[in-house]
Design a protein around this ligand. Structure first.
Ligand SMILES: C[S@@+](CC[C@H](N)C(=O)[O-])C[C@H]1O[C@@H](n2cnc3c(N)ncnc32)[C@H](O)[C@@H]1O
Length: 229
Protein backbone atom coordinates (compact mmCIF):
# COMPACT_ATOMS: atom_id res chain seq x y z
CA UNK A 1 0.00 0.00 0.00
CA UNK A 2 1.02 3.61 -0.66
CA UNK A 3 0.33 5.95 2.29
CA UNK A 4 0.82 9.61 3.13
CA UNK A 5 1.02 11.17 6.63
CA UNK A 6 0.40 14.92 6.46
CA UNK A 7 1.94 17.10 9.20
CA UNK A 8 3.97 14.01 10.17
CA UNK A 9 6.30 15.86 12.59
CA UNK A 10 9.11 13.53 13.64
CA UNK A 11 7.31 10.59 12.03
CA UNK A 12 5.93 8.78 15.07
CA UNK A 13 2.86 7.48 13.19
CA UNK A 14 4.61 7.50 9.80
CA UNK A 15 6.92 4.75 11.08
CA UNK A 16 4.00 2.69 12.41
CA UNK A 17 2.37 2.91 8.98
CA UNK A 18 5.68 1.91 7.35
CA UNK A 19 5.89 -1.17 9.56
CA UNK A 20 2.27 -2.07 8.74
CA UNK A 21 2.67 -1.81 4.95
CA UNK A 22 6.00 -3.67 4.97
CA UNK A 23 8.87 -3.47 2.47
CA UNK A 24 6.62 -3.73 -0.59
CA UNK A 25 4.67 -0.63 0.51
CA UNK A 26 5.70 3.01 0.85
CA UNK A 27 4.88 5.84 3.24
CA UNK A 28 5.45 9.53 2.51
CA UNK A 29 5.53 11.93 5.50
CA UNK A 30 5.14 15.65 4.80
CA UNK A 31 5.82 18.47 7.27
CA UNK A 32 7.04 22.07 7.13
CA UNK A 33 9.34 21.65 10.14
CA UNK A 34 12.69 20.59 8.68
CA UNK A 35 14.25 20.10 12.14
CA UNK A 36 11.63 17.48 13.06
CA UNK A 37 12.01 15.85 9.62
CA UNK A 38 15.79 15.66 10.10
CA UNK A 39 15.35 13.90 13.45
CA UNK A 40 12.77 11.60 11.85
CA UNK A 41 15.16 10.65 9.04
CA UNK A 42 17.70 9.57 11.67
CA UNK A 43 15.11 7.39 13.43
CA UNK A 44 14.00 5.82 10.10
CA UNK A 45 17.64 4.92 9.33
CA UNK A 46 18.17 3.47 12.84
CA UNK A 47 15.05 1.31 12.45
CA UNK A 48 16.04 0.23 8.92
CA UNK A 49 12.81 1.60 7.43
CA UNK A 50 13.75 1.93 3.75
CA UNK A 51 10.11 2.39 2.68
CA UNK A 52 9.73 5.87 4.31
CA UNK A 53 10.24 9.18 2.53
CA UNK A 54 10.09 12.32 4.73
CA UNK A 55 9.46 15.41 2.63
CA UNK A 56 9.52 19.14 3.53
CA UNK A 57 6.43 21.03 2.39
CA UNK A 58 3.44 23.20 3.27
CA UNK A 59 0.23 21.15 3.28
CA UNK A 60 -1.67 24.25 2.12
CA UNK A 61 0.07 23.78 -1.25
CA UNK A 62 -0.04 19.97 -1.33
CA UNK A 63 -2.14 18.26 -4.02
CA UNK A 64 -1.68 14.65 -5.24
CA UNK A 65 -5.02 13.37 -6.65
CA UNK A 66 -5.67 9.59 -6.48
CA UNK A 67 -2.12 8.74 -5.42
CA UNK A 68 -2.56 6.89 -2.11
CA UNK A 69 -4.33 3.88 -0.57
CA UNK A 70 -4.27 5.55 2.87
CA UNK A 71 -4.30 9.31 3.47
CA UNK A 72 -3.67 10.11 7.13
CA UNK A 73 -3.03 12.99 9.51
CA UNK A 74 -2.87 13.40 13.30
CA UNK A 75 -3.06 16.70 15.23
CA UNK A 76 -2.49 18.81 12.09
CA UNK A 77 -5.91 20.23 11.14
CA UNK A 78 -6.36 22.05 14.50
CA UNK A 79 -3.43 24.28 13.41
CA UNK A 80 -4.84 25.27 10.00
CA UNK A 81 -7.00 28.28 9.14
CA UNK A 82 -8.55 26.39 6.16
CA UNK A 83 -8.86 22.77 7.38
CA UNK A 84 -11.74 21.93 5.03
CA UNK A 85 -9.67 22.87 1.99
CA UNK A 86 -7.00 20.36 3.06
CA UNK A 87 -9.62 17.70 3.86
CA UNK A 88 -10.99 18.09 0.32
CA UNK A 89 -7.52 17.57 -1.18
CA UNK A 90 -6.86 14.64 1.19
CA UNK A 91 -10.09 12.97 0.03
CA UNK A 92 -9.14 13.62 -3.62
CA UNK A 93 -5.77 11.93 -2.95
CA UNK A 94 -7.44 8.62 -1.96
CA UNK A 95 -7.38 5.94 -4.69
CA UNK A 96 -10.58 3.92 -5.34
CA UNK A 97 -10.81 1.32 -2.56
CA UNK A 98 -8.54 3.39 -0.29
CA UNK A 99 -9.21 5.19 3.00
CA UNK A 100 -8.85 8.58 4.66
CA UNK A 101 -8.10 8.53 8.40
CA UNK A 102 -7.91 11.66 10.56
CA UNK A 103 -7.16 12.05 14.26
CA UNK A 104 -7.66 15.47 15.84
CA UNK A 105 -8.46 17.00 19.19
CA UNK A 106 -11.13 18.83 21.14
CA UNK A 107 -9.39 20.67 23.97
CA UNK A 108 -12.65 21.52 25.77
CA UNK A 109 -12.38 17.99 27.20
CA UNK A 110 -9.23 18.69 29.26
CA UNK A 111 -9.46 17.74 32.92
CA UNK A 112 -7.18 17.05 35.87
CA UNK A 113 -7.52 16.30 39.58
CA UNK A 114 -6.92 17.95 41.98
CA UNK A 115 -6.89 21.51 40.66
CA UNK A 116 -3.55 22.82 39.39
CA UNK A 117 -2.85 26.42 38.36
CA UNK A 118 -0.32 25.38 35.68
CA UNK A 119 -2.73 22.90 34.06
CA UNK A 120 -5.53 25.48 34.24
CA UNK A 121 -3.21 28.03 32.57
CA UNK A 122 -2.55 25.57 29.72
CA UNK A 123 -6.29 24.83 29.30
CA UNK A 124 -7.00 28.58 28.98
CA UNK A 125 -4.00 29.49 26.82
CA UNK A 126 -3.80 26.68 24.26
CA UNK A 127 -7.14 27.52 22.58
CA UNK A 128 -6.12 31.18 22.41
CA UNK A 129 -2.71 30.38 20.89
CA UNK A 130 -4.34 28.26 18.18
CA UNK A 131 -6.89 31.03 17.52
CA UNK A 132 -4.07 33.62 17.25
CA UNK A 133 -2.97 32.02 13.96
CA UNK A 134 -6.38 30.81 12.74
CA UNK A 135 -6.44 27.33 14.31
CA UNK A 136 -9.37 25.71 16.14
CA UNK A 137 -9.12 23.89 19.49
CA UNK A 138 -12.52 22.21 18.87
CA UNK A 139 -11.67 20.92 15.37
CA UNK A 140 -11.96 17.26 16.40
CA UNK A 141 -15.70 17.41 17.12
CA UNK A 142 -16.35 18.97 13.68
CA UNK A 143 -14.56 16.33 11.62
CA UNK A 144 -17.56 14.03 11.10
CA UNK A 145 -19.62 16.97 9.84
CA UNK A 146 -16.82 18.07 7.46
CA UNK A 147 -16.52 14.51 6.11
CA UNK A 148 -20.27 14.49 5.32
CA UNK A 149 -20.16 17.96 3.72
CA UNK A 150 -17.32 16.86 1.43
CA UNK A 151 -19.30 13.78 0.43
CA UNK A 152 -17.24 11.04 2.05
CA UNK A 153 -19.45 7.96 2.44
CA UNK A 154 -20.58 6.69 5.88
CA UNK A 155 -17.72 8.05 8.02
CA UNK A 156 -17.00 6.22 11.27
CA UNK A 157 -16.06 7.97 14.52
CA UNK A 158 -14.30 6.98 17.73
CA UNK A 159 -13.16 9.14 20.66
CA UNK A 160 -9.98 8.37 22.58
CA UNK A 161 -8.93 10.27 25.68
CA UNK A 162 -5.86 9.63 27.79
CA UNK A 163 -5.75 10.03 31.56
CA UNK A 164 -2.32 9.44 33.10
CA UNK A 165 -1.24 9.03 36.72
CA UNK A 166 2.37 7.96 36.03
CA UNK A 167 4.80 7.30 33.17
CA UNK A 168 6.22 9.45 30.40
CA UNK A 169 2.86 10.18 28.76
CA UNK A 170 1.79 12.02 31.93
CA UNK A 171 4.16 14.81 30.78
CA UNK A 172 2.51 15.36 27.34
CA UNK A 173 0.54 18.42 28.53
CA UNK A 174 3.67 19.82 30.22
CA UNK A 175 5.75 19.39 27.06
CA UNK A 176 2.97 20.95 24.95
CA UNK A 177 2.92 23.98 27.27
CA UNK A 178 6.73 24.22 27.04
CA UNK A 179 6.55 23.96 23.23
CA UNK A 180 3.92 26.74 23.00
CA UNK A 181 5.56 29.04 25.61
CA UNK A 182 7.16 31.32 22.99
CA UNK A 183 3.91 31.55 20.97
CA UNK A 184 1.93 32.50 24.12
CA UNK A 185 4.35 35.35 24.82
CA UNK A 186 4.59 36.39 21.13
CA UNK A 187 0.77 36.58 20.90
CA UNK A 188 0.82 38.75 24.07
CA UNK A 189 -1.51 36.34 25.88
CA UNK A 190 0.74 36.26 28.97
CA UNK A 191 4.17 37.48 30.08
CA UNK A 192 7.25 35.23 30.05
CA UNK A 193 7.22 35.31 33.86
CA UNK A 194 3.58 34.09 33.97
CA UNK A 195 4.42 31.29 31.54
CA UNK A 196 7.48 30.26 33.58
CA UNK A 197 5.39 30.14 36.80
CA UNK A 198 2.76 28.00 35.04
CA UNK A 199 5.42 25.61 33.69
CA UNK A 200 6.98 25.23 37.18
CA UNK A 201 3.55 24.57 38.71
CA UNK A 202 2.59 22.00 36.04
CA UNK A 203 6.03 20.31 36.26
CA UNK A 204 5.61 19.75 40.02
CA UNK A 205 2.01 18.56 39.48
CA UNK A 206 3.17 16.11 36.79
CA UNK A 207 5.77 14.66 39.21
CA UNK A 208 3.18 14.27 42.00
CA UNK A 209 2.07 10.59 42.19
CA UNK A 210 -1.30 11.77 43.58
CA UNK A 211 -2.25 13.83 40.51
CA UNK A 212 -4.35 12.73 37.50
CA UNK A 213 -3.75 14.46 34.15
CA UNK A 214 -5.94 13.98 31.10
CA UNK A 215 -5.18 14.86 27.52
CA UNK A 216 -7.78 16.33 25.16
CA UNK A 217 -10.62 14.30 23.65
CA UNK A 218 -9.16 12.94 20.41
CA UNK A 219 -11.58 12.19 17.59
CA UNK A 220 -10.66 9.43 15.13
CA UNK A 221 -12.72 9.70 11.94
CA UNK A 222 -12.35 7.59 8.80
CA UNK A 223 -14.06 6.79 5.51
CA UNK A 224 -13.42 4.62 2.44
CA UNK A 225 -13.63 5.54 -1.23
CA UNK A 226 -15.63 2.81 -3.00
CA UNK A 227 -13.56 0.54 -5.26
CA UNK A 228 -14.04 0.99 -9.02
CA UNK A 229 -16.03 -1.85 -10.59
C1 LIG B 1 1.19 18.56 16.83
S1 LIG B 1 2.29 18.21 15.54
C2 LIG B 1 1.76 16.57 15.09
C3 LIG B 1 2.87 15.73 14.52
C4 LIG B 1 2.47 14.30 14.16
N1 LIG B 1 1.38 14.25 13.21
C5 LIG B 1 2.11 13.50 15.38
O1 LIG B 1 0.92 13.26 15.61
O2 LIG B 1 3.03 13.11 16.14
C6 LIG B 1 1.67 19.19 14.20
C7 LIG B 1 2.60 19.18 13.01
O3 LIG B 1 1.97 19.85 11.92
C8 LIG B 1 2.97 20.55 11.22
N2 LIG B 1 2.33 21.60 10.42
C9 LIG B 1 1.54 22.61 10.86
N3 LIG B 1 1.13 23.38 9.83
C10 LIG B 1 1.67 22.82 8.70
C11 LIG B 1 1.63 23.15 7.31
N4 LIG B 1 0.93 24.21 6.89
N5 LIG B 1 2.30 22.37 6.44
C12 LIG B 1 3.02 21.30 6.89
N6 LIG B 1 3.10 20.95 8.18
C13 LIG B 1 2.44 21.69 9.09
C14 LIG B 1 3.90 21.07 12.31
O4 LIG B 1 5.17 21.41 11.81
C15 LIG B 1 3.92 19.90 13.28
O5 LIG B 1 4.99 19.02 13.04
Amino acid sequence: MQCVDLGCGGGEVTFELATLVGPSGRVVGIDMDEVKLGLGCGVARERGLANVELRAGDVNEWNEPECYDVVYSRFLLQHLSRPVSLLQRMWAAVKPGGAIVIEDSDFDGLTCYPHNDGYDFFARMYPRVLASYGGDHTLGRKLYHHFLDIGMPTPDVRIVQRADVRGKNKAIILSTLEATADSIVAAKLASKNEVDIAIASLAAFTEDPGSLISGPRNFQVWSRRPAQI
